[in-house]
Design a protein around this ligand. Structure first.
Ligand code: NAP
Length: 284
């Protein structure tokens, strides 16, 4: 059986088209969604993300303001700036671009963002609401994973899922979103890898989400036949971007699989835009 390749770019395009229409309606009511992006230092990856975010926002009518700071800015100065954005009525959403220089505590700074302006959905308040099954602004990547799974049309109730990776912003919230849909969810992490039981754990997954950041960590033959596979990983190998799953083997035995690139990444950006629109509505 050869898998259907889930086209993340197409799904993202559909989400953005809907958002564009919603933004037009909001503007008619005097509400203009705006995203304030904070960039510190000269990280080349961040520059690429920022340009892509700016383009996507402009295309659908979200105002995008980029606030650039030198790499030696102090924690206090940045904290004060975030406090100003929190107070600014014209700002709907805020995103703090990562990675940050080592003198800054990104976790603490992210926690300072007003939860109603937390465009990435990673503040403790938003994560807490996820635990209660009522996310307000959800974590973008985990929500993108759910959009991709839902795009298959497969009923989730009672299915077995395996999430590999338990990071605070991807693995854990993805597991919670699946649980909230009555999916029986197992989470694997570094200890599963060290114990050597990753293949047995993965074999149970009718839905498999991999978010580790190690190229080809998950061998195609470990995956349950007919599974839905969402590969979140982004790895650079010999100048090419690849995921965490051995794609060529996996696509021959699964029912649906996301490519890397062209899968989760595109939808994650669409979720950032969606959260910005939700944030604008929350504050109006
Ligand atoms: P992270 O914070 O480094 O988390 C990686 C997770 O993988 C950790 O929970 C780690 O466990 C676990 N892990 C490490 N080695 C393992 C192994 N051998 N077996 C099982 N689990 C193992 O990374 P992240 O932020 O979640 O991101 C994961 C990947 O997704 C990265 O490649 C990142 O670039 C990508 N990503 C993509 C998008 C997108 O939009 N496409 C968005 C975000 C992230 P321990 O913590 O216990 O070591």
């Amino acid at each position: 059986m050869a898998a259907e390749i889930i086209d993340g770019r197409k799904i993202a395009g559909e989400i953005k088209e809907k958002l564009g229409k919603e933004i037009e309606e909001l503007k008619d009511k005097g509400i203009t969604p705006s995203l304030s992006s904070i960039q510190v230092g000269e990280d080349p990856g961040t520059k690429v993300y920022v340009r892509a975010q700016q383009k996507s926002c402009q295309k659908i009518g979200i105002e995008y303001s980029l606030h650039q700071f030198k790499g030696d800015i102090s924690q206090e100065e940045l904290a004060n700036f975030i406090a100003r954005l929190n107070e600014d009525k014209k700002v709907s959403g805020i995103i703090l671009q990562m990675p940050l220089p080592s003198q800054l505590n990104g976790r603490v700074l992210q926690q300072m963002i007003n939860p109603k302006k937390d465009a990435e959905g990673v503040s403790p308040a938003n994560m807490g609401m996820l635990v209660y099954g009522r996310p307000i602004l959800g974590p973008c990547t985990a929500m993108a994973v759910m959009e991709l799974i839902n795009s298959t049309g497969v009923k989730l109730y009672g299915k077995e899922a395996v999430v590999v990776g338990h990071s605070d912003i991807v693995g854990k919230p993805t597991a919670l979103l699946l649980l909230n849909k009555f999916v029986t969810t197992s989470v694997c992490h570094i200890a599963t890898g060290k114990r050597g039981t990753l293949p047995q754990c993965i074999a149970k997954g009718e839905i498999l989400v991999v978010a580790v950041g190690k190229a080809n960590l998950v061998k195609g033959e470990w995956i349950k036949e007919g599974a839905i596979v969402i590969d979140v990983g982004i790895n650079r190998v010999e100048g090419k971007i690849v995921g965490d799953v051995e794609f060529d083997v996996a696509k021959e035995r699964t029912s649906y699989i996301t490519p890397v690139p062209g899968g989760v990444g595109a939808v994650t950006t669409a979720m950032l835009l969606k959260n910005t629109v939700e944030a604008a509505k929350l504050q109006s």
